[in-house]
Design a protein around this ligand. Sequence first.
Ligand code: PGA
Ligand code: ZN
Length: 425
Amino acid sequence: MPTIHSLDALEILDSRGRPTVRATCTLASGAAGMASVPSGASTGAAEALELRDRDPSRYRGLGCRQAVGNVRGEIAGALGGQNFAHQSALDQALISLDGTPNKSRLGANALLAVSLAFARATAAEQGIPLYQHFAAIHTPGKKAETLPRPTINLFSGGKHAGGQVPIQDVLVVPIAAKTVDEAMATTYAVYQSAADLCLEKYGMRALTADEGGLAPPFPDAEAMLGDAVVAIERAGYTPGQEVALALDVASSHFYSGNDTGGRYHLGGEPLDSAGMIRHLTGWLERYPIVSVEDGLAEEDWANWPVLRRAIRGRALVLGDDFLCTNPTRIRRAVDTGAADALLLKVNQIGTLSEAADSCRMAQAAGWHVTVSARSGETEDDWLADLAVGWSGGHLKVGSITQSERLAKYNRLLAIEAETGLKMAG
Ligand code: PGA
Ligand code: ZN
């Protein structure tokens, strides 16, 4: 039974140069694990709270010294010397110690760093690969079964780029690839042909967004989709048969709610929810889109089931900010038929066990699960192990560029080579 000998933490920097938390957990056996937490920019209102120092003279208030201090002080003091039979026992101790509904006292960044570092240390103590340990955390006795299919950012707008178009990401889904190895090579070809296209069409070497997506000055969202199809064709693939598209609309970020119903500011006349749904179904008719993430705003609950009925069987209705990896929100969405896929981001909820609850709840409802990184990432690669261990159908990490993204793909390639597991269909 793992006994915590000591906990330590360090303020490190993420891929945007902003502070985040890395924790180290050392067990009484001498086994140790270290883990770093990512950070979002296009966050949902219901996310667990990332504790920031709010000292404007340092990192514009974004410092994580308090969160680090909480790990080294209060959390280490309370958990040191204790044994925890399961990950859920450790996570429950963290939740109780914090005592707030959104982890705002000690910080979800502090709690998750400890939760992950403990998982790594426990896997090391047992001498098993992290993905197998994650599988056992998901369900005792479970083994890794499949590899997730990568969905990879091609073009970005919204909060991840200069806001030149309101929608956030157009992603490539290599649907015909049989292996991760083949999926990455296919994506590279499409990404390079898109970069060439940007140079030709927009007269510039395309700038990249926070997750490495290309971000030329698209005149509108339609151009983003049209250019993605051209890039797929020019790379020698058949759109919709070999390579499809996924969309992260992130529509909460261009939505304004009011008493007569909200409005979506997509450019041109503001759209009501029915207008937004018509817009999305129109895109589905013209472009090979297989998944629509946050097609409606996070508070537009009444219209999510309408969207789902409209596109069911054609594209997944994927909830990111809408669900916030939160079991209560997922339960409500299952009961109301509001979605059929979960975007799983562990730091939206703040501990591994709660994220596992969300994952199991979605899978039990027959939903698809896409395991996702954040726009502010670190070089840590635990996410690839998590996606494998928890049988995520897709892994969404960003683009095929930048080491904080590639660390996860490289880990996935290594797991593929080591296990020979098949990629999810
Ligand atoms: P993030 O969003 O900036 O909050 O990480 C990524 C996404 O919307 O999928
Ligand atoms: Zn999203």
